[in-house]
Design a protein around this ligand. Structure first.
Ligand code: CUA
Length: 324
């Protein structure tokens, strides 16, 4: 698995590209200004030093011609500063305008993201609510299509930030924020909550997988299906452990009696790359560790430790690993 992209200087889409281009303008203008200022400063120091050596350093001496030259210099420098600032202002406004021009695209894909302490709920709604695809901490998005993200919070203020795709946008309790983006390069991107939201703010990561439209449709169709009842007797036992034990109080698995809403929907848990909001890779070992000792992996996480006899734990993990 290659490292997901996570840098505002490595844009993978339209919006991040605009922000990156604006950054370049500011960077290069600042470099030029800095070099000019430092150059003049050094030159004046050298001139003053030479004058002192020649014994001409009387600070009170006036020279009308030199005064006029200095005055002209100051006027030119002030004018250049104003022009530079205006140019940067125009560049910022232009970038803001092009960031906004994906808004209200009639063909935009609509995805609802809800921030929780400390994970992301992702929902691809459907006219039939039963068929909504609900997942957590990992979303697939089609390349080349405008995506409209509806951002909400279930508790405190979070901030949605995928540096390679767009700037930050807050998720604020009691209101709905929106952002639009378009991904141009397929690949895996990492996002991070960018507003301090409590103990595990740092481990509130998000994975975005950008794929061609056909692959996205196939993924979403799979996510819309309920979980199949396992054939394997061990996995069947695991399903009983899940629905009969504490897991079902917090988690939903569509197609079973488990309908808890406090934690992430686990209907297609095994299809995800990571666990615990992009904190750990989704492997059998990590999954077992996460069930037995979530606090050891993510101290403060709202998931309590679940003690299970070894056989039940084995069956449970086997079942969960089958939820493709
Ligand atoms: Cu959510 Cu920081």
């Amino acid at each position: 698995m290659t490292e997901p992209r996570m840098s505002a200087l490595d844009p993978g889409g339209r919006q991040a590209g605009e922000i990156g281009a604006l950054w370049d303008v500011f960077l290069w203008v600042s470099i030029v200004v800095w070099v000019l200022v430092a150059g003049f400063l050094a030159a004046s120091a050298i001139v003053a030093r030479r004058a002192r050596h020649r014994g001409e350093a009387n600070p009170l001496a006036t020279d009308a011609r030199q005064d006029r030259r200095l005055q002209r210099g100051i006027v030119v420098a002030a004018a250049a500063t104003v022009v530079t600032l205006l140019a940067l202002l125009v560049a910022s406004i232009a970038a803001g305008d092009s960031l906004a021009d994906l808004e209200d695209d009639a063909h935009a894909l609509h995805v609802r993201i809800t921030g929780h302490q400390w994970w992301w709920e992702v929902s691809y709604d459907h006219d039939e609510p039963r068929r909504a695809a609900v997942t957590a901490n990992e979303l697939y998005l089609p390349v080349g299509q405008v995506v409209h993200l509806e951002l909400r919070s279930a508790d405190v203020i979070h901030s949605f930030w995928v540096p390679s795709l767009h700037g930050k946008k807050d998720l604020v309790p009691g209101r709905t924020n929106r952002t639009w983006l378009r991904i141009d390069e397929p690949g895996v991107y990492r996002g991070q909550c960018a507003e301090f939201c409590g103990l595990e703010h740092a481990k509130m990561g998000l994975t975005i997988v950008a794929v061609p439209a056909a692959e996205f449709e196939a993924w979403r169709a799979r996510q819309r299906t309920p979980a199949a009842t396992p054939e394997d007797p061990v996995a069947r036992r695991g399903l009983q452990v899940f629905t009969g034990g504490p897991c079902a109080l917090c988690h939903t698995i569509a197609g079973t009696s488990a309908g808890g809403r406090l934690g992430p929907d686990l209907t297609h848990l095994a299809s995800r790359r990571t666990l615990a909001a992009s904190s750990i890779a989704n492997t059998r070992g990590h999954l077992t560790g996460w069930i037995v000792d979530p606090q050891g992996i993510k101290p403060g996480a709202r998931m309590p430790a679940t003690w299970l006899p070894a056989e039940d734990l084995h069956a449970l993990v086997t079942y969960l690993e089958g939820l493709e």
